[in-house]
Design a binder for this molecule. Structure first.
Ligand code: PMT
Length: 390
């Protein structure tokens, strides 16, 4: 997931350094926005080094136009920790006079705050009433814990430990690691079948569909092996194995297959390859050039023939009789589910960020409207979870 962590000035900042590390370690992306007073406790450089992302302190320092709006759009949620009495007051009053409050007010995604301050301040009428107002507006509040306070004495007002904050955030966002303990192989992109050292036979697959599945599967806690021909960005916490041809893809998939819980083949695998690719670049000589093509192995068919515990999910890229053709592939390849897409429909199939799919199992077909590829991935993985639980 993508988080913006808003850091305001309080001694508990040292825990937020660890919080950022914890999110990064499990593959989340994190950007930090700090108040000026937070920079008195730690430097922006520290957060930049840990998050490997830019840190915002002043919206005007950033060369990007409307960076606060872009940041708010970029993330899945914003967490303000520690949230001081001052920041809580500003959020309640709608004051946006620094980068942190400006990003917070532009948030349309969940806003989570973790108040931390001296007990008397926390229990003051102003802070109590502000927190009630924020809660009523839908802001999620992580309650401070009780214990030794930085100002001396004991009381309520401590920032919870980083692992507790992570757990609260996951509970609030309902991020459930439903695929923990599963090993999932995902294939993506179009295979490239060499003609000579510089040319190949390829297709229009960008890898977006397969990479979206790999990303969401990893977010749900699965061990993901992404066998891909695409140079798209590597999803966090995913083991990526780059391949080119169908033969290479087959070899990697088979080597991981025995211990896999599921295979999802979103790749567009070439059905044919050049019988004998030339070792040297083919020179332009005659007016025509004839290439002899031979059949590639059907990877999914082979997986279906050797299926044991694995759940197999294929895709069907169709241009006509979409459901009928997909059903016959489901049966022939011994699949648990096939995702049919009409690759000629606008907003579906190759290259775009959306898809229009019909999910087909032995129980029937369910059609879905146009959705982002991430949403399609979520639906496929909900179904996979049901298969794995059977
Ligand atoms: O990558 P994008 O730009 O996001 O585009 C997504 C997509 C259109 C490529 C994707 O949604 C899709 O439809 N992928 C499957 C493409 C395909 O090869 O379909 P098919 O109907 O030809 O093959 C059926 C299934 O058998 C597929 O799961 C395919 O991976 C598999 N197959 C096919 C041939 C072969 N030799 N070996 C295989 O394993």
């Amino acid at each position: 997931m993508k988080f913006i962590i808003g850091v305001s000035g309080g001694i508990a900042i040292y825990k937020v350094v660890d919080l950022v590390r914890k999110f990064k370690k499990r593959g989340d992306e994190v950007r930090v926005v700090m108040t000026e007073s937070a920079t008195r406790f730690v430097t922006a450089e520290l957060f930049r080094e840990i998050s490997l992302e830019p840190v915002m302190i002043n919206v005007f320092d950033n060369e990007e136009v409307a960076s606060h709006i872009k940041w708010a759009k970029w993330c899945d949620a914003m967490i303000i920790a520690p949230a001081t009495a001052n920041v809580i007051g500003k959020l309640t009053a709608g004051i946006a006079d620094d980068a942190l409050t400006t990003v917070a007010i532009a948030m349309t995604k969940p806003l989570i705050i973790a108040p931390a301050m001296n007990e008397a301040m926390y229990r003051s009428a102003a802070v109590t009433s502000n927190l009630v107002t924020l809660k009523n507006r839908g802001v999620k509040i992580i309650q401070p814990s009780t214990g030794e306070l930085a100002c001396g004495g004991e009381g309520v007002g401590r920032l919870p430990e980083p692992e507790e904050i992570v757990k609260h955030v996951d509970d609030i966002l309902n991020v459930q690691k439903t695929l923990q303990g599963c090993k999932i192989i995902v294939t993506a992109g179009g295979t490239r079948e060499a003609i000579d050292p510089v040319r190949y036979i390829g297709n229009r697959s960008s890898g977006k569909m397969g990479h979206a599945i790999a990303k969401v599967a990893a977010e749900r806690g699965a061990e993901v092996i992404l066998v891909t021909t695409s140079s798209l960005e590597t999803p966090p916490s995913v083991k990526v194995v780059p391949v080119e041809s169908a033969a290479e893809m087959r070899q990697v998939v088979l080597s991981e297959y025995n211990t896999a819980s599921a295979v999802i083949m979103a790749a567009a695998v070439a059905d044919y390859r050049v019988a004998e690719p030339s070792k040297q670049k083919i020179k332009k000589s005659d007016d025509t050039l004839t290439l002899e093509l031979v059949k590639n192995p059907d990877i999914l068919l082979e997986l279906g023939q050797n299926k044991r515990q694995q759940i197999l999910i294929g895709f069907a890229a169709e241009t006509q009789l979409v459901v009928e053709n997909a059903i016959s592939k489901l049966k022939k390849k011994n699949l648990d589910m096939i995702v049919a897409n009409d690759v000629t429909a606008a907003g579906a199939g190759f290259g775009v960020d959306t898809n229009i799919v019909t999910l087909i199992t032995s129980n029937g077909a369910t059609e879905f409207p146009i959705m982002s590829k991430i949403e399609v991935a979520n639906i496929i993985l909900d179904n996979l979870k049901n298969f794995l639980n059977k």
